[in-house]
Design a protein around this ligand. Structure first.
Ligand SMILES: [Fe+2]
Length: 179
């Protein structure tokens, strides 16, 4: 996938490497994300968080069988409409509205898959653990990145057996410390 380096402020070579093989990060989507995100691009809910959520989700998907296109798109869009770095209780719903507003070309999903992605975004910050395996994988991918704010992921708040494995939590936690 071509990466628009004039649009992206990459934090590290690691981020670039992680994204070179992204199936979803079109140039159109990159520009939309950069335009939409109001907070610090390099902040705790910004780009490097999304990159780690993507990697968490792809690793989990190998174990859960989740739809990896939805998982990747969730990583890049679930926090896109945050207005602050606190609770911001409606940011998930705003992300779903943002996805509704995107024209074909930036993302290419069937109607059914778009609905699933919107659902995953809308409710990702509501503490839910039940849902389809793809939705659960999205939520776990995000929750496994809590080390960046000083929290070790608690298996009780994770959805999938895959994410609850101590070795997965440990792997994700260690990576989340190097934001
Ligand atoms: Fe997040």
């Amino acid at each position: 996938m071509a990466l628009d380096k004039t649009v992206y402020d990459f934090q590290s070579e690691w981020s670039k490497k992680m994204l070179e093989n992204s199936a979803v990060l079109t140039v159109e989507l990159q520009k939309l994300l950069k335009k939409e995100y109001q907070l610090n691009w390099n902040g705790i809910h910004g780009f490097t968080h999304w990159v780690r959520v993507r990697e968490n989700g792809l690793r989990l998907s190998e174990l859960t069988g989740a739809n990896t296109i939805i998982v990747e798109l969730f990583a890049f869009t679930h926090d896109i409409c945050r207005q602050d770095n606190g609770t911001d209780p409606d940011h998930g719903k705003r992300a779903a509205d943002f996805l509704n507003s995107i024209e074909a070309g930036a993302i290419n999903l069937s109607v059914t898959d778009l609905e699933l992605l919107k659902y995953a975004c809308a409710y990702h910050n509501k503490g839910m653990v039940e849902g389809s395996i793809t939705v659960q994988t999205c939520w776990d991918a995000d929750r496994l990145d809590l080390g960046r704010v000083g929290t070790v992921p608690d298996p009780r708040f994770l959805c999938t057996k895959a994410a609850k494995q101590p070795e997965i939590i440990d792997w994700a936690y260690r990576r989340s410390l190097f934001r």
